[in-house]
Design a protein around this ligand. Structure first.
Ligand SMILES: Cc1cc2nc3c(=O)[nH]c(=O)nc-3n(C[C@H](O)[C@H](O)[C@H](O)COP(=O)(O)OP(=O)(O)OC[C@H]3O[C@@H](n4cnc5c(N)ncnc54)[C@H](O)[C@@H]3O)c2cc1C
Length: 826
């Protein structure tokens, strides 16, 4: 009995903690144990009284709400108020913008996988599918990347016209204004496809449909603004751009020095209330050709013409670019990408207050508007364009690896090449899964700010790996630019996606966990709000409830982390009906989620506001959340695709790779945790039996690589939605033909080589096949096939050459003086 009683202590703690038992149940269990212990050990009366006092007083304090609030929560609330780091309005708006979606489940330690599988898969309407099959195909045909990026340095006039006429600039504009009113998924598919062909067309289409004038007008515009601009934008009568970034304020966009002063002035012959705006912007996509400039600046009202407030705040306005004083600069040249991009500026440009998006009532609301709308564009544009580049890489480099032989072997069969091929396939499978799931979230009406940062960062980083690997596999063929090079431009332009829409280092270090921790945590935001609220009983009640729920949640997560670590999470429930080969992944992810919830709390509790400055730790915590999100999307995709057994290696590779990286991120946090005692505790609780996750096996990598180097339904699913011209003279199209011919020729070639080995054929090198034909070893059709294979293969491996001066003398002219930035700032 004594042993049972003693054993009940750890067992009870683990059981109650694991089941997240309420405080009252834990108290009752502790009381029952004490009574049993008193009877069993026959404690004397004095001991019984002492135990009753020692255990009873805390039990009362904890369980009687009024007492707990007065004695525990109130002093703690005061401490919390003192240590809570100050938060500016811009920080608060950024933190609170958007919605919490699936990442919230992952953050809270116990994801409900049925919720994940209940999210509907995004689908295309017949109209959207027809647009992809017709208009998007046509735009791809009009977008020859080499001609555009090297010769024209712009889209050809007919492509520009087609973009406008076919409605590409109005994808997100409702039909009532003449737009397409397409879903986020359709938008994503369109950008993905265009990105497999030409970055200039993709960016030209994606930017007006992302965060910019149309999106801002739709959400905040006055009726008059919508009625005037939306039909013109939808028809391509206006080319929009949006200018936020200035030379002084890049990532820290809220600190833009651009300003407007409310004043009276003359507009169209009448004196009106307006503002004089001075700005200096750079990097503005479509800026050099824009007719409508969306502009962000800080508005001041020193003469109180609008009210009491002098510093009104960041404001967004729409300005026709032919308005006097608007200066549109020349072009930047972002890594040989030729989508239009450049600076613009103006000094003391007078414009009516009506040009503020949403009218004067929305003056000062610009930052909130931008933050609220950021999630949609960030969930679509870069994920789509970078997945497009990865699809292009997988399809072409996979095919090339079979067509190109060295040492009498297709290079794709070398283990050394299989390794990067596996990364290309595995990453792409996961990237596409995350792109799809996230676009689906937008179509469900979500504005998932944390998820949009996750997919923006991780899809662009994976695209960088994929394209880099592709370049390594191609060797010299990838390096020599020219019309035959299908990957060089993508390689050059990868850093653009890394930098725009929230530069990646900043996004990883500051945003993903920084915003996620506060938005997704079930209690932290409630605690903060209570601490920031006035000192009322309601605030105390809110704080008390959040705090004690938080303590129970943290303790429970610690116990769950230990139990799932010790048991390899084999006991964890799995949603019914999922593919058997994925069951363990759900269990592993639940383990990660629990450990993550615990380590996040440990980090927030011990570092508090300092965690904001501990960017390396914050980044690694964000990595864990991100890998869990990417894994969720991958599992969802596997189900949605019909659990294709042939695709399973891609899924398995992606899952193991992501789990290994999540484990590395955990290890990075624990190893660098400032409080070493807590670090030891974290390691013991999270990895009680060591680190179990390993990199995807070589065997698995080999299976993935094989999928990329031969035609199959899996290869088609992996690269679905890309533009593949059926043209033997197109650098991408020829690979498809050459791949088929190479595979068809392989058995013939093997037969000939066997005969050669036996000494039946004396010829070597180029003459071997002719000799085999002359000897009757291969027939007419087989010889023709070999010759066709040779022709196509030669075309695939060919690189371009140029005249001595490359024929581009004009491009080497020195740049003219750029506009004087200091003068404007002054
Ligand atoms: C091709 C192109 C197109 C663009 N299009 C537009 C457009 O249409 N409209 C528009 O308004 N802007 C546009 N931009 C601007 C783009 O959004 C900015 O480049 C981006 O915000 C980064 O600013 P920056 O380049 O000045 O880098 P900086 O802000 O100077 O950052 C430099 C580095 O520091 C890192 N960093 C900054 N702060 C932190 C931090 N707190 N912690 C850790 N790391 C940090 C960044 O991640 C980055 O690696 C475009 C830029 C380019 C290159």
């Amino acid at each position: 009995m004594t042993w049972i009683l003693l054993l009940l202590v750890p067992l009870g703690i683990v059981l109650l903690g694991y089941l997240r038992a309420p405080l009252l149940v834990c108290t009752a269990a502790a009381a029952a144990w004490l009574v049993a212990a008193s009877l069993q050990f026959d404690w004397p009366a004095a001991v019984n009284v002492a135990v009753a006092l020692l255990a009873g007083v805390p039990a009362l304090l904890l369980n009687v709400t009024a007492l707990r609030r007065a004695v525990i929560s109130k002093p703690l609330l005061n401490v919390y108020r003192n240590i809570l780091p100050p938060m500016s309005d811009t920080e608060r708006i950024a933190l609170e913008a958007g919605t919490v979606w699936w990442e919230g489940e992952l953050f809270r330690g116990h994801p409900d996988w049925t919720v994940l599988h209940a999210y509907p898969e995004p689908t295309l309407s017949a109209e959207e599918q027809a647009f992809l099959d017709n208009e998007v195909e046509q735009l791809c045909r009009l977008s020859d990347d080499w001609t555009i990026s090297h010769e024209l340095k712009d889209l050809p006039p007919e492509a520009w016209q087609y973009i406008k006429d076919a409605g590409f600039l109005g994808l997100i504009i409702p039909k009532q204004y003449g737009g397409k009113q397409f879903s986020a998924w359709a938008h994503s598919q369109i950008v993905t496809k265009l990105s497999t062909r030409c970055s200039a067309s993709a960016v030209t289409v994606m930017v007006p449909n992302s965060l910019g004038p149309a999106e801002l007008l739709l959400h905040y515009g006055t009726d008059a603004q919508k009625d005037h601009y939306l039909p013109r934008l939808a028809k391509g009568l206006e080319i929009p751009c949006f200018a936020l970034t200035s030379p002084q304020a890049g990532s820290d966009a809220a600190s833009i020095p651009d300003f407007g002063i409310v004043c009276r002035g003359e507009y169209q012959g009448r004196e009106v209330l307006g503002m004089r705006v001075t700005w200096d912007k750079r990097y503005i996509t479509l800026g050099p050709v824009a007719t409508l400039l969306g502009l962000a600046f800080r508005l001041y009202d020193p003469d109180h013409l609008l009210g009491d407030t002098e510093d009104i705040g960041i404001t967004c306005a729409l300005i026709p670019t032919d308005h006097p004083g608007v200066e549109i600069g020349r072009r930047h040249f972002p890594l040989n990408a030729v989508f239009q991009n450049g600076p613009n500026w103006g000094k003391d440009v007078f414009m009516p207050l009506d040009w503020i998006i949403g009218g004067p009532a929305m003056a000062g609301q610009g930052w909130r508007m931008l933050m609220e709308c950021l999630a949609a564009g960030r969930s679509i544009s870069l994920p789509a364009s970078n997945t497009g580049m990865a699809k292009l890489t997988a399809r072409t480099v996979g095919g090339y690896s079979r067509v190109r032989s060295q040492f009498k072997t297709a290079i794709g069969r070398f283990e050394g090449i299989q390794e990067p091929l596996a990364r290309i396939g595995g990453h792409l499978y996961m990237m596409d899964a995350a792109r799809r799931m996230t676009a689906g979230a937008i179509d469900l009406g979500e504005k998932p700010s944390v998820v949009s940062a996750i997919v923006k960062y991780h899809i662009t980083e994976r695209a960088r790996v994929v394209v880099n690997d592709g370049m390594d596999i191609l060797g010299g063929k990838g390096i020599c630019l020219g019309p035959s090079n299908f990957l060089g431009r993508a390689y050059q332009q990868i850093p653009i996606g890394i930098t725009v829409e929230g530069a990646n280092i900043l996004t990883r270090s500051l945003i993903i966990f920084g915003q996620g921790a506060i938005r997704c945590h079930p209690y932290v935001l409630r605690e903060m709000r209570a601490a920031l609220a006035d000192d009322t009983p309601a605030a105390l009640a809110e704080f008390d409830d959040a705090l004690f729920s938080h303590i129970g949640y943290t303790a429970s997560n610690a116990i769950r982390a230990l139990v799932t670590g010790l048991t390899g999470s084999h006991w964890v429930g799995v949603p019914s009906g999922v593919a058997p080969e994925t069951r363990r992944y759900y269990q592993q992810l639940t383990r990660f989620s629990t450990a993550f919830a615990f380590i996040s709390d440990a980090a927030m509790l011990t570092m508090g506001g300092d965690l904001k400055r501990k960017e390396k730790l914050s980044a690694r915590l964000g990595d864990i959340l991100s890998q869990m999100y990417l894994c969720s999307a991958t599992l969802k995709r596997y189900e949605a695709d019909g659990r294709q057994a042939a695709d399973a290696p891609l899924m398995h590779w992606a899952m193991w790779d992501a789990m290994f990286h999540a484990q590395t991120a955990f290890e990075g946090v624990i190893s660098n945790f400032p409080n070493r005692a807590i670090a030891i505790l974290l390691r013991r609780l999270i990895f009680p039996l060591g680190r179990p996750y390993v990199v995807p096996s070589d065997r698995l990598g080999g299976e993935v690589a094989k999928l990329l180097i031969e035609p199959s339904a899996t290869r088609d699913r992996l690269t679905a939605g890309m533009y593949i011209p059926d043209d033997e003279h197109d650098p991408v199209g020829v690979i498809e033909h050459a791949l088929n011919a190479t595979i068809a020729a392989e058995s013939i070639e093997a037969r000939v080589r066997a005969a050669q080995k036996k000494g039946l054929l004396q010829a070597r090198g180029a003459g071997l096949m002719q000799a085999a034909f002359d000897a009757g070893l291969i027939d007419d059709a087989e010889f023709a096939l070999i010759r066709r294979r040779d022709t196509l293969r030669d075309r695939v491996v060919r690189v371009d050459d140029f005249p001595q001066d490359f024929g581009v003398d004009a491009a080497s002219a020195p740049p003219a003086e750029s506009h004087n930035v200091t003068a404007i700032a002054a």
